[in-house]
Design a protein around this ligand. Structure first.
Ligand code: OAK
Length: 838
């Protein structure tokens, strides 16, 4: 058989329209893609056609690198990191790829010289919102760093047809609109139909003896679904590595079951097809809330089974036996969503490849690592036995078997400790019986980690305390990080250029280099440029807000920003209590000296989360009053910007002066927005929670506005019996604020509208807003004072950015590689003719 390299037509060793980087070549490529891919000429082309042509032109310049990367991995038989995640919140591809390829300015110029509006085309891209928030965006940052660090890696997930909903605000309320990100096509993905995989569901199991008289079990499913892989290239910055993100789409095995068709059950057959394809229809929009829906477990099992079968296929293709599977793949479980993988790998090894249980178990444990991303009890995944048995009968048996062996070990170590046994068991038997996915992930992995120092400590003490006592060596901390490519270079080119002019470009892939900026702190001209840059960016955001939302904001005012999912533990309503406090001060004394502020909010609430939606309504209602009260004289503005997503994050992080990181201590596992703000020179007002603690350590306590109870104090106060009512009565300022909301002042006299929120605070206050209120107000007053001294503020802003080196996702990924995955970089070299020089 002729091998690929021997086919002469593929040996085109010349710069051609698909790889070349001269201006002329790129112009030709644009026209070529417009005609041959979109089937359009300029007379008929829509802006989207031009965007598509541009995207294909960029993708073409990644393909040789992508192909070469895969080829080198296969030929060298390297160890590959496999990142299993139900969510990848990628954000727009175009700018990111242009930056990573080093051709942003060049392509922009060519597009503009061709008479097109580059910014307009860039904004046409529909961002793939295949995630809810923190966990999904972290997966995207990690994919970027894996490629940049030249680590062989593949991301596996779900190609949701509808990603996170689009948010509109009507009459102050959130309204959800379906996200049709694929409606005009997706130029960044390539379906690999020939690598389709089959996944079984339901049915029953059957025991039998094989030809060697060994006891075996076979699974007779009642449904088979096809998983079709769609591959997206993930470029690294300034390297040739282009890794793959492989997302699975569910399809029915045949368009019609002819058997059913012939007996007249036409609609039944079509219905079964539709039901199969539903598996990857829509992303569940609940952040950190487990709902126990069958379709969700189907999604999880579907993508995990496809991915593990894919890895096994790749491993066997190398000519290796499955005993060495863990040397080919380090599989990371992004929270428990893919943790059914533990049982699935056991099933594949034991049932399908006939490996002895003990050996299969060793392979499995050596393969998996598990990252926990939340301590919230309502997020911990558990599935009722009945649901599990119906959908995955064989897996339930395997889980029982794992559990029996595991509890045997525990019994040997801790005899007569039935409470401990009950807590460690993979099955919760305290009431209705459940499978506990965190326990399955913990038992089936060789490494377990939290995502910030405090979070890991709490994980070891509370949620996984018994596992930590049993296997302390499995636990480690891996503080999160974010990619400076997207979160500084793409988002904030003005600041990136200023930094590069001072210290060169190396900081983009070595973020610790930002430290060198400290040498310029006494340079008044540098400080002026820094301040001016921030000012310019704030001006752009102000224009955007005016044009898109009709609200006039003062770019000179302090931009105080809280953007993140809406959740009571994140305490957007504490921020609102501060706004009302300031408003009240103005109303009581209209001539009071106050630092002008613009409060900017953004974030989606889970559609079924009533309290979070009410908080959105409250923000908008307070905004309506404050923004239109002549006494305020525009010194305060409140804007809730709808449809917060990656693209909007890119716009808002660079423009912030103050970053609100105000969760109740002990509740936010890490936070990553906190890092994006500080990297862009915002100062943080925050609690000692998640990664805030480490950010404060890095930037210095004098450059951070701290407030609130510590985690220990929260526990202590709760155990003593926390009574929010006392705070309300003892703090006249707080009382006035709460009373103003209750009176209907922000709700056209309606005293019922915000009652659920006010009552929750007065009678329960589970997130202790009242306990932290005064401390928060005091810290905000310090912010006001500090902002008045612009010279000093600028110094603090520079120091914040300069000291953020630790929070690059490159650092985080290196730690995972060295301490969990045992993965090393592999250089991808390209033939000279492909490299293409601009
Ligand atoms: C979502 C669903 C289930 C469990 C966790 C999450 C999640 O998004 N957690 C968030 O993960 C981020 C990345 O580690 C952290 O920065 C956030 O603090 C955490 O809430």
């Amino acid at each position: 058989m002729t091998t690929f390299e021997q086919v002469p037509v593929f040996q085109c060793e010349f710069e051609d329209d698909r790889t070349g980087l001269s201006k002329e070549t790129i112009k030709r490529a644009l026209a070529d893609n417009l005609f041959y891919i979109q089937g359009k000429v300029p007379a008929t082309a829509t802006p989207n056609d031009y965007y598509m042509a541009l995207a294909y032109t960029v993708r073409d310049r990644m393909l040789q690198r992508w192909f070469k990367t895969t080829e080198v991995y296969t030929k060298k038989g390297v160890k590959v990191v496999s990142y299993l995640s139900a969510e990848f919140l990628l954000g727009p591809h175009l700018s990111n790829n242009l930056i990573n390829l080093g051709i942003y300015d060049l392509v922009r110029q060519v597009v503009e010289e061709s008479g097109l509006d580059f910014v307009q085309l860039r904004e046409i891209e529909e961002e793939p919102g295949l995630g809810n928030g923190g966990l999904g965006r972290l997966a995207a940052c990690y994919m970027d760093s894996l490629s940049t660090l030249e680590i062989p890696a593949i991301g596996y997930g779900i190609r949701y047809e509808f990603g996170i909903f689009d948010q509109e605000i009507r009459d102050g309320w959130q309204v959800e609109i379906t996200d049709k990100w694929l409606h005009l096509g997706n130029p960044w993905e390539i379906p690999r139909l020939e690598e389709t995989i089959e996944v079984k569901f339901g049915g029953r199991t059957e025991a039998y003896y094989d030809e060697k008289c060994r006891y075996r079990v076979r699974w007779i499913p009642d449904k088979v679904v096809k998983g079709v892989p769609y591959d997206t290239p993930i470029s690294g910055y300034n390297v040739n590595t282009v890794n793959t993100l492989r997302l699975w789409k569910a399809e029915a095995p045949e368009s019609f079951e002819f058997q059913a068709f012939n007996v007249g059950d036409y609609y039944g057959a079509v219905n079964r097809k539709v039901v199969s394809e539903n598996i990857t229809k829509v992303l569940y929009p609940n952040d950190e809330l487990m709902k126990g829906k069958e379709l969700r477990l189907e999604q999880q099992y579907f993508f995990v089974s496809c991915s593990l079968q894919d890895m096994i296929r790749l491993h066997l293709q190398k000519g290796e036996s499955l005993e060495t599977f863990h040397q080919s793949f380090a599989v990371q479980l992004n929270d428990t969503h893919p943790s059914i993988g533990v049982a699935e790998l056991m099933r594949l090894l034991v049932d399908e490849y006939e490996i002895e249980w003990d050996q299969a178990w060793q392979i499995t444990q050596n393969t998996f690592g598990y990252t926990n991303h939340t301590l919230l009890p309502e997020a911990l995944e558990k599935w009722t036995l009945s649901l599990f048995k119906n959908l995955l009968p064989r897996h339930l048996q395997i889980i029982y078997e794992i559990n029996q062996r595991f509890l045997g070990q525990v019994r040997a170590k801790y005899p007569n400790d039935s409470d401990r046994l009950a807590r460690l068991s993979l099955i919760d038997e305290s009431g209705e019986k459940y499978v506990r996915m965190a326990n399955l992930a913990s038992v089936g992995s060789h490494a377990i980690n939290g995502v910030a120092a405090l979070h890991t400590e709490l994980l070891k003490r509370d949620v996984l305390g018994d596992f930590h006592e049993l296997w302390p060596e499995k636990f480690s901390n891996k503080t999160n990080g974010v990619t400076p490519r997207r979160w500084i270079v793409v988002s904030n080119p003005l600041l990136a250029n200023l930094i590069t002019r001072k210290i060169g470009v190396d900081w983009i892939s070595h973020l610790e280099d930002l430290k060198q900026l400290e040498a310029f702190i006494e340079d008044a001209e540098f400080r002026r440029e820094w301040r001016q840059t921030k000012q310019d960016i704030k001006g752009y955001l102000a224009t955007y807000i005016k044009e898109n939302h009709g609200i006039e904001v003062n770019p000179e005012s302090l931009f105080d920003v809280q953007v993140k999912r809406l959740h009571e533990y994140k305490r957007q309503h504490l921020n609102v209590l501060h706004i009302i406090t300031l408003y009240k001060r103005i109303k009581d004394n209209p001539n009071i000296e106050i630092t002008p502020r613009t409060f900017i909010f953004g974030g989606k609430a889970a559609p079924g989360y009533f309290m979070a939606k009410l908080i959105i309504k409250l923000i908008n209602s307070v905004g309506d009053v404050v923004n239109n009260d002549p006494d305020v004289r525009d010194r305060l503005k409140v804007v809730f910007l709808p449809d917060y997503n990656v693209r909007f994050g890119q716009r808002v992080y660079p423009a912030a002066d103050l970053s609100e990181q105000i969760s109740t201590a002990g509740k936010e596992a890490s936070g990553t927005g906190n890092m994006k703000f500080a990297m862009n020179g915002a100062l943080t007002i925050g609690t000692l929670d998640g990664a805030n603690i480490e950010i404060r350590e890095e930037v210095g306590e004098e450059n951070f506005f701290l407030f609130g109870l510590t985690t220990e104090q929260v526990y202590e106060l709760k155990s003593k019996g926390y009574n929010p009512w006392d705070y309300y009565h003892n703090n006249p300022q707080l009382k006035q604020v709460i009373d103003l909301i209750s009176s209907g002042f922000f709700s056209h006299g309606d005293t019922n509208l915000f009652r659920p929120l006010v009552d929750s605070l007065l009678y329960h206050d589970p997130y202790m807003l009242f306990a932290d209120y005064q401390s928060y107000i005091d810290a905000q007053d310090q912010v006001n004072q500090a902002y008045r001294d612009q010279e000093h503020w600028t110094r603090m802003s520079i120091l914040n950015a300069a000291r953020m080196g630790k929070f690059s996702s490159d650092r985080a990924i290196l730690e995972y590689c060295q301490e969990i995955w045992n993965a090393v970089p592999v250089k991808i070299e390209l033939e000279e003719y492909i490299q293409g020089r601009a």
